[in-house]
Design a protein around this ligand. Structure first.
Ligand SMILES: C[S@@+](CC[C@H](N)C(=O)[O-])C[C@H]1O[C@@H](n2cnc3c(N)ncnc32)[C@H](O)[C@@H]1O
Length: 277
């Protein structure tokens, strides 16, 4: 909650009817705590929990009714085909399995979420792509040694997936922070990726992303869904000097996002000059 608080307070301050989405909500524990702390005392705003298992949705819905949490909504659906409100303000996905985290990020980007918070879970798709396509890397090819063994491929695939997720958020205009969620004794899937939308797009990050896809030979669901293609030439980065496009003009007239402080309580990734407002 400490890590999410700045995002929640930001959307509540800027959008009286803020819509928060918890994708792959399970028992909706995250949603109940968020509602108790931030929504119960406010008159407006809603929290939508999306979960693929109907038994979990029904149980959580019953609990919300008993608690009088009337602005907590539930949908039994797959994250990629769920019905979303036109505009999402904050999207969270905590341990949404494999490509479900990608689906959540696609929904956030398509619905213009101001803030995104995901803690990815197990990841298999990219490891499988690494196995099929190795080695597509340039140069001496020694990078492929990082994933020659199945165990390493799983770990490297998981790491590469999260690097691609963070870079994709940057490419679509988010300022990204990657940090630890909690102690390792609680979960090995412990990487929290926070995004705050500050630009409409970041062309430099987009070129870096396309180049990374080309160099590693992978193309996970996230980039496929968003139409990001591997670079035809890995030399493309040098040619790109185009700046970011500020988000202010397109989606939130009058709101200068640069005034919003960085996320507190989280270690900031050393920013590249391209990710600054
Ligand atoms: C590991 S649990 C985490 C639940 C909850 N976010 C939490 O942290 O307590 C993952 C949940 O995501 C749901 N899930 C996985 N893939 C999904 C998808 N594509 N669409 C909807 N729900 C999904 C599962 O049914 C499960 O309840």
């Amino acid at each position: 909650m400490g890590l999410l608080r700045p995002a929640v307070e930001d959307v509540q301050a800027r959008h009286p009817n803020a819509v928060m989405v918890d994708a792959g909500s399970g028992n909706a524990y995250l949603g109940f705590v968020l509602y108790e702390l931030f929504l119960k005392g406010a008159d407006t705003g809603a929290l939508l929990s999306i979960e693929g298992r109907p038994d979990l949705t029904e149980r959580a819905q019953g609990r919300a009714q008993r608690l009088g949490f009337t602005r907590m909504q539930f949908q039994t659906a797959h994250i990629d085909t769920a019905k979303y409100p036109e505009r999402i303000h904050l999207l969270m996905a905590l341990h949404a399995c494999d490509t479900a985290t990608d689906d959540a990020l696609v929904a956030a980007i398509r619905h213009g979420a101001d803030h995104v918070a995901v803690v990815p879970c197990c990841q298999a798709e990219v490891a499988a792509q690494l196995k099929e396509k190795r080695p597509v890397v340039t140069g001496s090819g020694t990078l492929s040694l990082l994933y020659a063994h199945a165990w390493h491929r799983r770990e490297f695939g998981s790491h590469l997936s999260n690097v691609i997720r963070a870079l994709t958020l940057e490419a679509f205009g988010y300022q990204v922070t990657v940090t630890e969620l909690t102690g390792w004794e609680h979960s090995l899937k412990n990487e929290l990726i926070l995004g705050r939308r500050v630009h409409r797009e970041n062309r430099r990050a987009r070129v870096q992303l396309e180049r990374l896809l080309a160099e590693t030979g992978v193309n996970p669901k996230l980039t496929r869904e968003l139409g990001v293609k591997p670079a035809a030439s890995v030399g493309a980065l040098a040619a790109s000097t185009e700046p970011e496009v500020p988000v202010v003009a397109s989606s939130e007239p009058g709101v200068d996002v640069s005034e919003h402080p960085p996320v507190e309580g989280a270690e900031r990734v050393a920013p590249s000059s391209s990710s600054e407002t």
